[in-house]
Write a protein that binds this ligand. Structure first.
Ligand code: NAD
Length: 378
């Protein structure tokens, strides 16, 4: 039997590099295609060729940009399993760099799919990284039953009424979001992710290449870019705390999210790639346990031995949702995947990694000023 060969686009990044580890552990030959975007890798410890030192040496490395004609086709030689994770990942940044985001997240998908449709390759199975952001607000219930409310309006937020309300002004109750929830993407990044998910599923089905889109909730763990102000809240809070500054919390900090350990995310990708199930579908990947943003700041301050309370800004980011946490029943039923890490046990590993990584540059306040100047923070 020929050995399975996985190509991981974005394999030098945070989630991609963990996926490389899991695939190697499971006996795959692994190739990585990555353009090593400076915004992601500028502060990382890299080797003489610019690759992050955490990337397993057994993975074949291809430095290239998916937007360059021929790069993807060149990397596909001998590949049986495709994991597409490369993307521009800043939700806030996507609202200003609209052309760049759409080019890098949606046009890349079009180029890859056209290459796959031309044939002459050996790809048998595809998994792509989608995002919880495509839901917009999470799922809620009102007195009248299940609700999929739109984003809160400016008038409500200007009055600092943070909870999602029904038409009578009563607060709705958040419940776990499952895959049947109406998609209401509220940022260009989310629109890109929805489009790219649907494009891969449509073309995968047409080409009879089983394809799975994983709707990732908030991933955390080692190798997360700490100085990139546009990405993960845990990493941003850690970089603030390490610089002896309070984490900056929007609204009242009681908004809930779902934090899933990066190893669990990588296992989910490996699991759907290894499966022989013929499937063209999307799945949530989260912890299934909600946690408030103030709670995250408190856990991180304790782990970093910093007696610093978060600075609750009472301001809001245009397009932010209030609550969203995952119902992870579907991927459990179809693939048997379940998270192995809990926030309390997974977070110390991130903190430990931060202590050994390069000192993070705190760009949190600068990015806040930039967003405020563009009226994206009010
Ligand atoms: N981190 C999260 O919490 C989260 C949540 C939901 C979805 N996702 C999705 O998961 C995927 C991975 O996210 P991440 O957090 O690891 O991001 P990351 O920024 O750490 O990694 C992305 C990698 O892709 C590379 N890349 C970007 N554009 C490229 C291009 N045109 N050609 C080649 N390489 C390119 C970058 O250099 C980087 O190494 C993304 O698709 C993202 O949208 C992540």
């Amino acid at each position: 039997m020929t050995r399975k060969h996985a190509l991981v686009t974005g394999g030098a990044g945070f989630i991609g590099s963990h996926l490389v580890d899991v695939l190697l552990e499971r006996g795959f030959q692994v190739s990585v295609l990555d353009c090593l975007k400076p915004q992601v890798h500028a502060d990382a410890q890299v080797d003489e060729d610019g690759w992050p030192i955490y990337l397993d040496a057994r993975a074949r490395r291809i430095r290239g940009d998916l937007l360059t004609d021929g790069v993807f086709e060149g990397a596909l030689v001998g590949v049986t399993h495709l994991a597409h994770l490369a993307a521009s990942v800043g939700v806030g940044q996507s609202m200003t760099d609209i052309v760049d985001y759409t080019r890098n997240n949606t046009l890349t998908a079009a180029m890859m799919l056209e290459a796959l449709a031309r044939g002459g390759h050996t790809v048998e199975r595809i998994a792509v990284a989608s995002s919880m952001s495509i839901y917009g607000e999470g799922a809620y219930v009102s007195e009248a039953g299940p609700a999929a409310p739109p984003l809160r309006g400016h008038a409500q937020l200007a009055e600092r009424r943070w909870e999602v309300e029904d038409e009578a002004g009563r607060a709705l109750v958040p419940i776990p979001t499952d895959e049947t929830k109406l998609l209401q993407p509220a940022s260009i990044y989310a629109v890109n992710k929805r489009d790219h998910e649907e494009m891969f599923l449509a073309v995968g089905r047409a080409l009879a290449i089983p394809t799975v889109a994983l709707r990732l909730f908030n991933a955390y763990g080692s190798r997360q870019a700490l100085s990139n102000p546009y990405t993960g809240v845990a990493a941003i809070f850690i970089s603030r705390l390490l610089n002896d500054r309070p984490p900056l919390v929007f609204e009242d900090g009681e908004q809930m999210r779902d934090f899933v350990h990066v190893r669990d995310v990588a296992r989910a990708f490996a699991t759907v790639l290894e499966s022989e199930r013929t499937v063209y579908d999307y799945y949530n990947v989260g912890s299934g346990r909600p946690i408030g943003v103030n709670g995250i700041a408190a856990v991180l301050a304790r782990l970093l031995h910093k007696n610093i309370a978060p600075e609750v800004l009472g301001r809001y980011r245009v397009g932010d949702i209030r609550h969203c946490f995952a119902d992870i029943g579907k991927i459990g039923r179809d693939f048997g995947w379940r998270p192995e890490h809990r926030f309390e046990t997974g977070m110390p590993e991130l903190v430990e990694w931060v202590a050994t990584a390069s000192p993070p540059v705190d760009r949190g306040a600068a990015s806040l000023d930039e967003l405020a100047a563009r009226r994206l923070v009010v």
